[in-house]
Design a protein around this ligand. Structure first.
Ligand code: 5AD
Ligand code: FES
Length: 356
């Protein structure tokens, strides 16, 4: 990995990133231009497109920030059947834009884990050219191994915050150590692994943010998803505000500094940016992000998968999002990347990844 901070130890990196995260005016413009140039040099202009299929909003967890937490009575709960999921994946493959399907749901460990393995095998058999990313939360290593053997190429599991006390407050019954253990397991299994965090959780400071970026760099993730925290009705944090509400440009500076810290990671322009700014994902793609993730969840399920309010496209159909994605990328002068858009890192042998 190219190192833009060759003279810095951990504390030097934090201090340098704190300085960049504070940039305003011309210094901010220079940061965005530098991050965009680093993105172009390491990832190119072509944008890998990953279609997200939110196949169930059932969740056993009670994360304090999340709209589909178990104790929120507001969303109508749904689980798409395997045939409904296969039909949606067929639409994604036929659309010809996305090279990856991202299967995401709430966290419901148990017997359904075996059904998921069967589903992965069916998708791989019918659509061998499509990469499969799974994003369904913490599991023991042997479950991840079975999913990998069934055809899972990648896994997304944000660590949400690098502050262990804040993590414990936000995630009843779970610890940051558990989460990082899952991420290490996935890397050791040779699965392309995505981490990431929310920007501006109540109680975090810019130093937490620099620590989050440092954790991403130390894990050397293949993919890193970050997006602003948005208070969600029906959750214990509904009346809180984002820690950086007075300085929303910081969300974009976080993307830019992350790109400098992790030059060859896939960094998506995440949906939460569009919930706060009409052109949020386009701006993210211009200051360091290189991946786009349109929503491929069919109606009527879409409206019940709102982790936060203001999520775009809740009334749209998957084909609308495909069309819109192509138009947005064309306007940015960024072609859709062909193929599955695998990791840009040379895959080290399992168990030999540079982890903490
Ligand atoms: N605001 C912003 N992002 C959220 N997520 C969950 N709830 C919220 C919220 N209220 C993010 C988490 C999770 C990802 C799927 O969505 O980071 O990992
Ligand atoms: Fe869904 Fe634009 S991405 S309509």
């Amino acid at each position: 990995m190219e190192n833009f901070f060759p003279h810095c130890g951990k504390s030097g990196l934090r201090a340098e990133w704190r300085r960049l995260l504070d940039a305003r005016g011309p210094a901010q413009d220079a940061l965005f231009a530098r991050a965009d140039a680093v993105r172009r040099a390491h990832c190119g202009d072509a944008v890998p497109v990953r279609a997200i299929l939110e196949f169930s909003n059932a969740c056993a967890n009670d994360c304090l920030y999340c709209g589909i937490r178990a104790s929120n009575p507001l969303p109508a709960r749904y689980r798409m059947t395997p045939d409904e999921i296969l039909a949606a994946v067929h639409g994604i493959a036929a659309g010809g834009t996305a090279g990856t399907v991202v299967l995401q749901s709430g966290e419901t460990p148990g017997p359904a884990d075996e059904d998921l393995a069967a589903l992965l095998r069916r998708i791989k058999a019918e659509f061998p050219a499509l990469a499969i990313t799974l994003s369904v939360g913490n599991r023991p290593r042997d479950v991840y191994a079975r999913w990998r053997d069934a055809g899972m190429d990648r896994y997304l599991l944000r660590f949400e915050t690098s502050d262990p006390d804040l993590f414990a407050r936000l995630h009843p019954g779970s610890t940051l150590a558990d989460r990082l253990g899952c991420l290490r397991d996935l890397q050791a299994l040779g699965v392309q692994t995505g981490g990431g965090f929310m920007i501006g959780l109540p109680g975090e400071t810019p130093d937490t943010l620099a620590g989050n970026i440092l954790l991403c760099r130390e894990f050397d993730f293949d993919m890193i998803g970050i997006g602003p925290f948005i208070p969600c009705p029906g959750t214990p944090l509904e009346n809180e505000s984002n820690a950086y509400a007075g300085d929303p440009d910081l969300f974009f500076r976080a993307i830019a500094v992350l790109r400098l810290a992790c030059p060859d990671a896939h960094i998506p322009a995440t949906t939460a940016f569009d919930a706060l700014f009409p052109d949020g994902r386009d701006r993210a793609l211009r200051c360091g992000a290189n991946v786009f993730m349109p929503n491929a969840t069919p109606q009527p399920f879409r409206r019940d998968y709102q982790l936060y309010p203001g999520k775009p496209c809740v009334d749209e159909e998957p084909a609308d999002c495909t069309r819109c994605t192509r138009a947005r990328l064309r306007a940015l002068g960024r072609p859709v990347a062909p193929g599955p858009g695998h990791s840009l890192k040379k895959q080290a042998p399992p168990g030999n990844r540079p982890v903490l």
